[in-house]
Design a protein around this ligand. Structure first.
Ligand code: HEM
Length: 187
């Protein structure tokens, strides 16, 4: 039987596992201002083997599921599924994600190697109108809560994972920087 852990996941290898963190902070839009939501979350990253595209390009795949709960009431208020993908030939890292608001993102960025031994930084971005990396959403979201751009930086060292995410929205008649950050440890 094939062991999915035997594939070469490049810089994504260290993600595989279950991560928990309770230092999360979400800044999100309200009609008349800003909402700040301290949160905790679990992210499960699983090895998913590889895929060959157009018979020429092999990508290795890490699948993830992120579940985020508000500290104030313990309710899940963000659920996200997706993949991280590694293209070794182009040194390219990609994140494809969907959130249950009818929004999907295909983000990418070049991987520049470890910043110091064992320290992996993954940076991906996407934006409306970008020729390479984009956002697709339902007509309602396009017209009322449009995602203009997405930037994600994830730093991984051993059993510690930090991320910061910026989702630029057009909502309530203005542009709003919706941000999320957290620090997690491997369970
Ligand atoms: C830890 C990650 C995230 C958390 C905790 C979070 C949480 C929130 C919260 C609390 C709101 C305010 C609206 C409401 O109360 O329902 C919101 C709005 C929104 N978020 Fe996020 N979010 C996260 C990541 C993302 C990502 C990655 C995207 C898209 C790429 C996204 C897209 C949106 C959009 C489009 C809205 C506006 C929806 C509306 O208010 O009608 N969010 N988010």
């Amino acid at each position: 039987m094939v062991d999915l852990l035997d594939f070469d996941y490049g810089p994504l290898r260290g993600l595989i596992g279950t991560w928990e963190g309770a230092k999360g902070m979400d800044i999100s839009p309200e009609p008349d201002g800003v909402e700040e939501n301290p949160f905790y979350e679990t992210i499960v990253f699983e090895p998913a083997g590889d895929v060959e595209n157009a018979e020429t390009r092999t990508l290795t795949i890490v699948r993830y599921h992120q579940v985020v709960s508000r500290k104030s009431n313990d309710k899940v208020f963000h659920d996200q599924v997706g993949y991280w993908l590694w293209d070794a030939e182009e040194s390219l890292v990609m994140q494809t994600l969907t959130i249950p608001r009818a929004v999907c993102v295909v983000a990418g960025g070049v991987y520049h190697g470890e910043s110091e031994p064992g320290a992996v930084t993954l940076k991906v971005r996407a934006a409306q109108g970008d020729p390479d990396w984009g956002v697709v959403e339902s007509p309602f979201m396009r017209d009322n809560a449009r995602t203009l751009a997405f930037e994600h930086e994830l730093r991984l060292q051993g059993d510690r994972l930090c991320y910061s995410e910026l989702t630029r929205l057009e909502i309530y008649g203005r542009s709003f920087d919706h941000t999320d950050t957290n620090e997690l440890t491997r369970r």
